[in-house]
Design a protein around this ligand. Structure first.
Ligand SMILES: Cc1cc2nc3c(=O)[nH]c(=O)nc-3n(C[C@H](O)[C@H](O)[C@H](O)COP(=O)(O)OP(=O)(O)OC[C@H]3O[C@@H](n4cnc5c(N)ncnc54)[C@H](O)[C@@H]3O)c2cc1C
Length: 602
């Protein structure tokens, strides 16, 4: 189905516009080609990664490199790369799909894969000149060369534009000399190419360079020892030192001072891919946990039959389901936006750049939500395993350690939380998303008398969709009042920004789960989707609690007297169900299904 421009929501518009379930893409919409790709990737994951799990945990860096090379031979490293540069050009959804199903064996491989295909390759496909792309991308797409991304420095982490690495133009104007120190560089130990960010003279912004790294001819590049890390133990992470490293001028990426923009846009792609990379880990953790819970008996009862364990299984399933729903929804939006731009005459490169940039808010939301869900899931996985969960002999402790990094790299979750709201406010100011009109409408609604009519909730999700609409009002009410109060100084009030972003995140995730399920219930029948319906309802119920908590804390912090009372009354109205779902029953229904299937089965 061809998507028209006006039908496709812009990034962030989900907050102020209603999305019809027919307009969201779901994992149930995978094409035959995508299903085949999924099977192939899952088989690769089992054979090449999971079968050698112990070696990854024993820091076998060479194995990571070897498996990366095999992934390259099978085309998995070039899914997103245009055919003209040796890739498969399979579109953004397929890119996410490969990233999803290849990443659950070990975080060591998924980090290497993500760093190479995302931030190691994308800066060239998105910003490279034709010559740069011809020269480097085919090597990267096939795994002949591996890429690394050198942004972080000892003094420049979250404040990425503050790096001290310098690039100095030679007297003949033909090359730059790079000097400086980078740290935490994934793939450093086996890469052949580095995307390096350095400052020219006293430029405000850093500049990106493509730097070749040949161990036999190191050109002033030396590596630190492998870092010994909590998790992702066989992912190569080293410091990289540049000492008069000569880089020809034609290896500058985009223009001088464009590096910060490149770094940020590469990270947008990296963020949604990281969310994708956490999905199958979550499925796998749940599957491993339920298999154990079905087998392990205490008090003559399989522990899966205990309500306390059912609670965990249900929550784990619902969060994995919401994560899938939201990630593939956003991935398809990006794919459609790219297609629209190509149809409008943009080059593939420009279309892709703008397509991903458009959904930067969703990319940040997903990065935060899914990285935290996989961590919680692994934590509960350990708990279900009891003492055995704490042992290296079972897979839970590695899953937990590996999950931990996802909250730190690709921009910490604090930075991404603040970015998501900051970008939304900026979009509103530029007129790309009309927040003002809907925010004023909410204010007027607060002044008016609430309707006491009993709505008709007979249709599936009628009340849930109304609840989502009300949660959006909470965001508009709280964020609108905060913007009025603090204006541009809002960015100084980080606790408020973080609370607002938590509200935003919950809205997107809950809405995505509901829309996916509604779409599937229409085509497969409500009975067939009974458990998915339960998961969507459970996720929403939890989301409402989170929204209420964050809304309340925010209102109390910045409003006083009558204003505070009015806002708190509005909040109460917007988080109130007419018919509260029986959450305990929903959890039981979900857990029973997972138990019966002995796996994550959605
Ligand atoms: C295993 C691993 C692999 C990595 N791979 C790469 C790679 O391949 N390439 C690369 O360039 N980098 C890489 N990184 C670096 C990673 O992106 C950074 O660690 C991350 O961006 C955070 O920077 P930092 O560690 O300096 O923490 P800091 O920036 O010092 O942050 C410390 C804490 O302060 C918070 N904080 C910082 N600034 C603010 C602020 N303005 N407001 C509120 N809170 C704030 C952070 O959220 C965090 O909680 C990797 C890191 C690790 C651990």
């Amino acid at each position: 189905m061809e998507t028209k421009d006006k039908e496709l929501l812009r990034g962030g518009q989900f907050l102020v516009k209603e999305t019809k379930c027919e307009d969201v893409f779901t994992p149930e919409d995978f094409s035959e080609e995508q299903k085949m790709m999924k099977e192939a990737v899952m088989e690769f994951n089992e054979r090449e990664i999971i079968a050698h799990k112990a070696r990854f945990e024993a820091k076998d860096y060479a194995l990571t490199e070897e498996v990366m090379r095999k992934a390259g031979e099978l085309g998995f490293l070039g899914v997103a790369v245009p055919e003209a540069y040796g890739g498969l050009d399979m579109g953004f959804v397929s890119t996410l799909l490969v990233c999803d199903y290849i990443s659950s064996g070990t975080g060591s491989f998924s980090t290497a894969f993500g760093a190479h295909t995302g931030i190691g390759t994308m800066p060239i496909t998105l910003y490279g000149t034709e010559e740069q792309k011809q020269k480097y991308v085919p090597k990267l797409a096939t795994g002949e060369w591996f890429g690394a991304y050198c942004l972080t420095e000892p003094g420049a982490g979250s404040d990425a534009n503050s790096g001290k690495t310098t690039a100095t133009l030679s007297e003949d104007g033909k090359s730059y000399k790079i000097n400086g120190q980078k740290m935490w560089i994934s793939n450093a130990g086996f890469c052949r190419l580095m995307i390096v960010f350095a400052r020219i003279e006293n430029d405000k912004n850093i500049t990106g360079f493509i730097v070749e790294y040949d161990k036999d001819n190191p050109n002033g590049i030396t590596l630190g020892e492998e870092e010994h890390k909590l998790g992702i133990r066989a992912s190569s992470t080293r410091q990289v030192f540049f000492n008069d490293t000569v880089v020809p001028v034609e290896n500058m990426l985009a223009g001088r001072g464009e590096g910060f923009k490149i770094a940020m846009n590469a990270l947008n792609v990296g963020r949604i891919k990281l969310a994708g990379a956490c999905l199958d880990s979550q499925r796998r953790i749940l599957t491993t946990a339920v298999q154990y819970a079905n087998e392990r008996k205490q008090f003559n009862t399989p522990i899966a039959d205990f309500g306390a364990i059912k609670y965990k299984l249900a929550e784990m399933a619902a969060s994995a389901y919401a994560g899938e729903s939201a990630t593939y929804r956003a991935a398809k939006n990006i794919e459609d936006r790219i297609a629209l731009r190509v149809a409008a005459g943009n080059s593939h490169q420009e279309a892709e750049l703008k397509g991903v940039e458009e959904y930067a808010i969703e990319c940040s939301i997903l990065k935060v939500a899914v990285s935290e869900d996989v961590q919680n899931c692994a934590d509960e996985g350990i708990q279900i395993f009891g003492g055995m969960g704490f042992s290296e002999e079972t897979p839970m402790e590695a899953a937990w350690r590996d999950a931990r990094i996802a909250r730190i790299y690709e921009g910490t979750n604090e930075i991404n939380r603040m970015l998501s709201v900051g970008m939304l406010v900026k979009k509103a100011m530029k007129g790309h998303v009309d927040l003002l009109g809907p925010a004023q409408a909410v204010q007027e609604e607060l002044m008016g008398i609430p309707s006491f009519d009993t709505p008709d909730y007979s249709e599936l999700f009628a009340e849930e969709k109304e609840m989502v609409a009300k949660l959006k009002k909470v965001f508009l009410m709280v964020a609108g009042a905060a913007v009025q109060k603090f204006g541009p100084d809002l960015e100084e009030h980080q606790q408020l920004l973080i609370a607002a972003s938590d509200i935003l995140i919950e809205i997107y995730m809950a809405e995505s789960a509901i829309l996916r399920t509604e779409k599937n219930a229409k085509r497969f029948g409500e009975e067939a989707q009974a458990v998915q319906i339960a998961m969507a309802k459970l996720y929403l119920y939890n989301a409402v609690s989170i929204v209420e908590k964050n809304g309340k804390e925010s209102i109390i912090s910045f409003a006083e007297g009558d204003e505070q009372r009015m806002l708190l009354m509005g909040l109460k109205r917007f988080v109130k169900y007419t018919n509260y779902p029986d959450i305990v029953d929903l959890r039981i229904a979900i857990a029973e299904k997972v138990k019966a299937e002995n796996k994550y089965c959605f």
